[in-house]
Design a protein around this ligand. Sequence first.
Ligand SMILES: [Zn+2]
Ligand SMILES: [Zn+2]
Length: 126
Amino acid sequence: MTKERLCQTCGKPYQSKKITHLFCSRRCFKRSYYLRNRAIILEERRNPKRPLKTCLVCGTLCLLPFDPITNPRAYNDWQCHNCRATNDLIWRWQNSPNSFQVIMQELRTVQVVFSFSATYITKTPY
Ligand SMILES: [Zn+2]
Ligand SMILES: [Zn+2]
């Protein structure tokens, strides 16, 4: 069963065979992907020294806010905004046979400490 729909990218009518077909062509599908991720793609183009990094623990795409070549220390301290894994943590455990479990275990502890200090951060002057 085909149904005439309007392409979500270019607005042209097309014959859709499936309910999940939202675009008239592969090109319009790609364009839609670009539009959705435009902010991060443009930021990467404007500043190629800020590479994208895929978190080794959870697979989230993160934009590095520094240059890892001139600032290796910041790279060690880098933390995934999704699961809070740091490069330092991953490297410390990457040779362990059950590194993934160890990292997850470590992250649970980190998260407890993190939420604890976040509660008291306004009351504790540094
Ligand atoms: Zn289209
Ligand atoms: Zn992560």
